[in-house]
Every structure is written in C-alpha cells, then in structure tokens.
Design a binder for this molecule. Structure first.
Ligand code: MN
Length: 179
C-alpha cells in the first residue's frame, strides 16, 4: 500500500493542488497531513484526492471546529495532536512536532516504527531522498518539509520540502519536491 505524506501547507492552494496531482498519479490510498493547514478551507481542495485524508493538528491550527467540519465533508479524518495508524505490523505515529520534547518522547518510546511529523519545515531524514525502513530498526522519522511554495525571506521559513511517498510493500520512501 502507498501512503502520501504532506505537512505545513500554510494556505498554499497552488502547491496543494500540485501535491494532490502527485498523490493521485502515485496511486496512494491514504494521505497523511502532519498539520498547519492554517485556513480550514484549504482542506476542501483535497476533494480531488483519490485517497482518504488523515490529519493531525499543528500549532497554527486555531480553527479546530471549522477544520473538523472540512475534514468530515471530504470523507477525511482529523485526529487531535497525535494520530496513530497500524498497517499490518507497521505502527505509525503522527505528530506535528510543536514540542520537540514530545517529538523525542514519541521517537524514543519504541511505540512506532515510523513517526511522521512536520513543523520544522526541514526534511527528515536529513540528506536522504530515497530510503527504506525495516520493522526491526529503530524508529524512522519522516518529515516532508513544508509543502508551501519556496520563498526567500530572512526567517528562511519556506525554503525546503515537498511530499513523501511511502510504500509499505517495498518498505521504501521517497521525497518528491514541490515548487
Ligand atoms: Mn508548525
């Protein structure tokens, strides 16, 4: 089964549309959004997605009720700050990454094979575009970076990222860049 991973879309409708095209082309069954939608209306864009959207809340997601309503309207599932998914033997934890301490706690708990997060807008693992995982290995952290259009700024907040495709059969993942 293939899963798509996206995070920190921060209102960028154009890049969300581009990401959905990638997910549909790759034939993913689920898309996991690690939070920071900001404007809840952007969730409605995922109506075009041929997969189920599963999301957690980020630190910039204040309009929880409106977000939940949008998720329900598109047949998606909005979890709270922490999401968990079991696919066969594979245990996945989903957390935005708001607290670095909680992120570390989740990684070190041994509770998950893979922890999916966002928030830093930096890709993880660092410097690995295509990689693999094994059920016996230590917890793998997957962060797609930001899905927002890359822009130069003093804060350098939007300079890195795209989406990730995770294949649970080949046990491989790959980063795919966005504009
Ligand atoms: Mn964030």
């Amino acid at each position: 089964m293939k899963l798509g991973i996206i995070s920190d879309t921060h209102d960028d409708v154009n890049n969300v549309r581009e990401a959905i095209e990638i997910f549909n082309r790759e034939g993913v069954q689920y898309v996991i959004h690690a939070g920071d939608y900001v404007f809840p209306g952007i969730v409605m864009e995922f109506k075009r997605l041929n997969a189920k959207l599963i999301g957690v809340l980020g630190n910039n997601d204040g309009e929880k009720g409106h977000l939940l309503k949008s998720f329900l309207e598109i047949g998606g599932e909005l979890k709270g700050e922490l999401g968990e998914m079991h696919i066969g033997d594979l245990k996945i934890g989903i957390y935005h990454g708001t607290s670095a301490e909680i992120k570390d706690q989740l990684i070190e708990s041994g509770r998950y094979n893979i922890v999916i997060c966002g928030h830093t807008h930096k890709k993880e693992p660092v410097g690995v575009e295509i990689g693999s995982y094994s059920i016996d290995s230590p917890t793998l952290v997957l962060n797609p970076g930001t899905a927002h259009k890359k822009v130069e700024s003093l804060a350098r907040a939007f300079i890195e990222g795209g989406v990730i495709i995770l294949d649970t059969e080949s046990q491989e993942y790959k980063h795919i860049g966005l504009p």
